[in-house]
Structure formats: C-alpha cells, structure tokens
Design a protein. Structure first.
Length: 296
C-alpha cells in the first residue's frame, strides 16, 4: 500500500514538472495601473491554446516587476523570465531569440498626445511637424522611441518611472506625452483619478514606424518555436485579426484618425524588410486603412 502511494506521488510530481516545463514566464506589471502588456499576455495564452503538440502549459508572471535593463539580463539567464514583447533594440537582437512578427501590426506607431488641460491650446496651434518640435515631450529614459523622437528634432524630457511620467505631465514638466493608440485611452482612465487635468489631444497624430516582437531567452528555443508556429497558425486561420481588432477597435474608433492632422517621422531602428519577413504587407495597418470597415 505504501509503495502504491509513493508511486502515485512520484507520478503527480513527474507530470506537474512536465506541465511546468511548458509554462511561459513573463514580466509582472509595474502595478495594477500598468495595463500595457495585457494584450501580449492574452496573445501568449492564445498561442498556447493553438499549439497543443508542444504540450500543456500556461502563462505565469514573475514574482516581482523588473526594469527593462534587468529584464534583458533575466531573459539571457532564462530563470525568472522567459518571454518579453518589446520594440527591437540591437542588444536584444544580439543576445535573445526573436520572432520577427509584428504582434501589434504596427498600431503602436500611431501616437496620440496626452496633454495637460491647462496647456492644451499649445497643441491646438500645431499645423506642421516643426510646430511639434517647439513643444517639450515626455518619454521613458530607456524607451526605444526616445531616440527616435530626439533624432527627429523633438525636445525630449525623460523620466525613469512609468507612473511618474503622468505626474510630470500633470505638473507641466513637459507639454506633450506621445502614447500609442493602443495605450493612451486605457492610461487616461487609470490616471484620471490621480491626475484629473490630463486629457487626450483630438487634433494631431504622429506616425512612427514601430514593431513589437516577442523576445525569448536563448535557454528555451522550444518556446520560441512554439510562439512562431502559434502566431503563423493564428494568422493563417484569421483568429489573429479577430483577436487584434477585438482588442483595438474601441480605441481606434475613438481616435477618429481621418479627422486628425497626421505627421510622420522616420525610425532607423526599424527594418521594414524584417517586419515583413514572415508576413505580407497587408498584415500591417496604416493611417489610410478603412477602420470603419475593419471594425464592423
């Protein structure tokens, strides 16, 4: 009897370890106010569900939030975090496995400006790109878009704390804060109780070529293969489009892109050839897309 009980315990431990081996460890959000990565978390769960041949598994969060610099180190080791969705950066490309499928279809390059209500008239007077350069803009210290904005000619004021940037804008430390359409409305909702003087400009859209790829620890190449297979499978079946627009149409329709003044700046850190290495041009969204049709 004792032998049977021990054998059952061994089997439970064995299969538990087998399932855990297929789990995907991701970075924990900064706080309950930080919803930037929920889309990627949900997408990873969807990828797991359509790739059963790789085994059971689930998405798990790290025990604590990690900064971007620490995230890279932890991804290299693969012990506490295994996957991160990020914009391309040379060091990440060199040291991690990347699946070059733009998981947001480039929508995060559609940037709207969050502004302080008291200084909103400044952006109302913008008629050309050079007018935007006269307004100081905020950015995270280590964000890839910081370099792009600076190179284009923006006066960029940086902060090291994500939530702190909204406080800086509220206190007029800078005049504008460019956020992706996929981010800005949710962020305003979460920050409104703390910073009620923040609003979203309704007149301007800044387009920056941007891509978000899944980066995977080199210690788990099977996870990278699973993500690649799962993404291509979802794209082929049409489920990816359904998932994407379900998550983004509300914000896209709120933005009323066709009524905005659209300005563009280049991004030398993004390769169009790489963005289209596994998908075709139609996969990406652009400012001329008929969103009324796509969202209905």
């Amino acid at each position: 009897m004792i032998f049977i009980i021990r054998f059952i315990i061994i089997l439970i431990v064995f299969f538990s370890n087998l399932v855990c081996a297929n789990n995907i460890l991701i970075n924990k959000p900064l706080s309950t106010l930080d919803t930037r990565y929920q889309y990627t978390y949900d997408l990873l769960s969807l990828i797991i569900s359509v790739t059963p041949e790789f085994g059971n598994g689930r998405v798990e969060q790290s025990l604590s939030y990690m900064t971007r610099s620490r995230t890279l180190l932890e991804l290299i080791s693969g012990e506490y975090i295994q996957v991160m969705a990020e914009a391309p950066q040379p060091e990440w490309d060199e040291k991690l496995i990347v699946v070059p499928i733009p998981i947001r279809k480039g929508i995060q390059g559609f940037r709207l400006f969050m502004v302080n209500e008291q200084s909103s008239k400044l952006i109302n007077n913008v008629n050309k790109l050079e007018d935007l350069f006269t307004l100081s803009t905020g950015s995270g210290k280590n964000w890839s878009t910081k370099r792009v904005l600076e190179k284009a000619g923006f006066n960029v004021i940086t902060g090291s704390d994500y939530n702190g940037l909204f406080g800086m804008l509220s206190k007029n430390r800078f005049s504008t804060f460019a956020r992706g359409i996929n981010e800005v409305y949710g962020e305003l909702d979460t920050q409104k109780s703390t910073h009620p003087n923040l609003i979203i400009d309704e007149n301007v859209l800044l387009y920056i070529p941007l891509a978000t790829y899944f980066y995977i620890t080199p210690k788990k190449p099977l996870i990278a293969e699973r993500i690649k297979v799962g993404l291509l499978r979802l794209i082929e079946s049409g489920e990816f489009n359904e998932f994407f627009y379900k998550n983004h149409c509300e914000s896209i329709m709120k933005a009323q892109i066709s009524k905005r003044k659209i300005f563009s700046i280049p991004n030398e850190f993004i390769s169009k050839e790489r963005m289209l290495s596994l998908v075709n041009q139609d996969f990406l969204v652009n400012t001329d897309s008929n969103f009324n049709q796509l969202c209905h």
